[in-house]
Design a protein around this ligand. Structure first.
Ligand code: ADP
Ligand code: ZN
Length: 215
């Protein structure tokens, strides 16, 4: 029997809990988390239009779509994705989704949603390990020792854009770009809606059930 890989996309507004659930998927199912930020950091010396990726990152500039998709393709061809992978917060729009389709078949798209009130509380309380990227929350998922990562002892930091001030702008990007993607995958029959307005472990129960369904 042919087995379908667990090729998963996680979408949703900022702070809904995508990264938290994506991390759980990778831990439980042994498939890698693919994150474009990390891929770019691994290719800092590549030159695009006479500028290195490092310079793009430093200036907060967006890399051309085709460069991003090339790097995705390279990453998705590595042998550790044989059983599947989780793409957190990618593709970013319909054009990227269509290009992704040419590279690889997607098995499940999880749309994790949460109320604006919850989103606000979550992004302002979010803390991330500077060393390993583990996600914490000052109230909902605190580390054993304040400011220190349970997993690696690294220092916990707050992302520059995790403020109430820029939330509105980030939500606008989500409404404009990601929402149409959600509809796109719904039409393809790949979408599962997950109610993210519940404690992490309850959300996880639903997410796990959906991932287990992909054989
Ligand atoms: P996203 O990847 O969607 O931006 P994260 O997974 O980073 O969201 O979660 C945002 C913040 O909310 C983090 O601080 C995380 O610990 C916390 N969090 C995630 N899921 C929940 C939940 N279901 N209930 C409460 N807090 C949560
Ligand atoms: Zn850490």
């Amino acid at each position: 029997m042919e087995t379908m890989s667990k090729n998963i996309i996680v979408l949703g507004p900022p702070g809904a809990g995508k990264g938290t659930q994506a991390e759980k998927i990778t831990e439980n199912f042994g498939i890698p988390l693919i994150d474009i930020g990390e891929i770019l950091r691994h290719h800092k010396d590549i030159e695009v239009d006479h500028k290195t990726v490092r310079e793009y990152l430093k200036n907060g500039e967006l890399l051309p779509d085709e460069v991003v998709m090339d790097l995705f393709e390279k990453r998705l061809r590595k042998p550790d994705t044989a059983q599947g992978f989780v793409l957190d917060d990618a593709p970013r729009d319909k054009v990227q989704a269509q290009e992704l389709e040419e590279i690889i078949e997607i098995g499940l798209v999880l749309h994790i949603n949460a109320s604006k009130e919850n989103i606000k509380e979550r992004i302002t309380g979010r803390r991330i390990c500077k060393e390993c990227g583990e996600i914490y929350h000052t109230k909902y998922n605190p580390p054993d020792q304040e400011g220190t990562c349970d997993k690696c002892g690294g220092k916990l930091i707050q992302r520059d854009d995790d403020t109430e001030e820029v939330l509105e702008e980030r939500l606008e990007v989500y409404r404009e770009k990601t929402k149409p993607l959600v509809e796109y995958y719904r039409k393809k029959g790949l979408l599962e809606e997950i109610d993210g307005n519940r404690p992490i472990e309850q959300v996880w129960k639903d997410v796990k059930k959906e991932v287990e369904k992909i054989e």
